[in-house]
Design a protein. Structure first.
Length: 275
């Protein structure tokens, strides 16, 4: 019989049946392969991939040690440690598409020029998984805002660390010296000794001379992190930090004070600005 609408003969029924059979066989094979693969991934290899996923959410982080204290000969504290908030960022956890918005917000909160933040991030472009210090001694209200907005600030962390404070200020500053951020040149020399790119190090005076004694030794902890790099919990402490040794100097603050007062008295008499 001729197809009146198309003007051609319909294909034989045996050919149509063969095509449907082939199509059905292909579908069965594809579904069977997918089912087998799914079973392999979820059942046979499920534990392996679950372990990988768990490891991907974990990281080994340093546990900073407390710097040793400094006393005068009478046991008076000359240099102590006080807690302060520090803001850091891990460039690897900051998507490039969100970088401008994050930098803009941090600039407003920390009162730091955007260019300085970008420069700090780019300085460690080859070490993108390292934490980069953006600001130290951050006010508590600013630190709290950053923590509350952490969902929109990927890669940004607020930590508490100890800041150096000198009890007698300028009276013994010429002896004490000070600590400051480690430079690229210093890091290149001291990285094998365990120093990190945002460490504080003795720069001058007693702080620099006795750096090895005062610093102590960092520990290490295993933590669980979310996709934004935020620490969810501490899994275990693999190495306890060792507090730096305190030192006692031979100077006496009260004698130093009396000497300074005597010098000022003498210079005032002879009308000199320096002694």
């Amino acid at each position: 019989m001729t197809d009146l609408m198309l003007g051609r003969k319909p294909p034989p029924r045996t050919r149509l049946g063969f095509r449907f059979a082939v199509f059905g066989l292909v579908v069965v094979l594809v579904v069977g392969l997918l089912t087998t693969r799914l079973f392999y991934l979820q059942v046979d290899q499920g534990g392996y991939y679950a372990g990988l996923a768990q490891e991907n959410g974990r990281a080994l982080l340093p546990l900073r040690s407390a710097r040793g204290l400094i006393y005068d000969r009478a046991g008076r504290q000359l240099a102590i440690n006080i807690p302060s908030f520090v803001v850091r960022i891990r460039p690897a956890d900051l998507p490039f598409t969100e970088r401008d918005a994050v930098v803009r917000r941090l600039s407003a909160l920390l009162e730091i020029p955007e260019s300085d933040i970008v420069q700090a991030i780019d300085r460690y472009a080859n070490q993108s998984f390292e934490l980069v210090r953006l600001a130290s001694d951050v006010p508590s209200d600013v630190a709290r805002i950053i923590v509350e907005e952490s969902g929109s600030l990927p890669g940004v962390q607020v930590n508490v660390e100890e800041r150096r404070e000198y009890e007698y200020g300028a009276l013994v500053s010429h002896v004490m010296g000070y600590t400051g951020a480690i430079s690229a040149e210093e890091l290149a020399l001291l990285s094998d000794a365990g120093y990190l790119n945002d460490d504080q190090i003795g720069k001058t005076g007693v702080e620099a001379t006795f750096e090895d004694v005062l610093r102590g030794r960092y520990g290490q902890q295993e933590v669980e992190q979310d996709a934004l790099g935020r620490i969810l919990r501490t899994v275990q402490v693999t190495q306890q930090p060792e507090t730096g040794n305190s030192i006692e100097l031979t100077i006496d603050v009260e004698i130093q004070r009396q000497a300074e007062e005597a010098l000022k008295w003498a210079t005032d008499i002879v009308n000199l600005s320096r002694g």
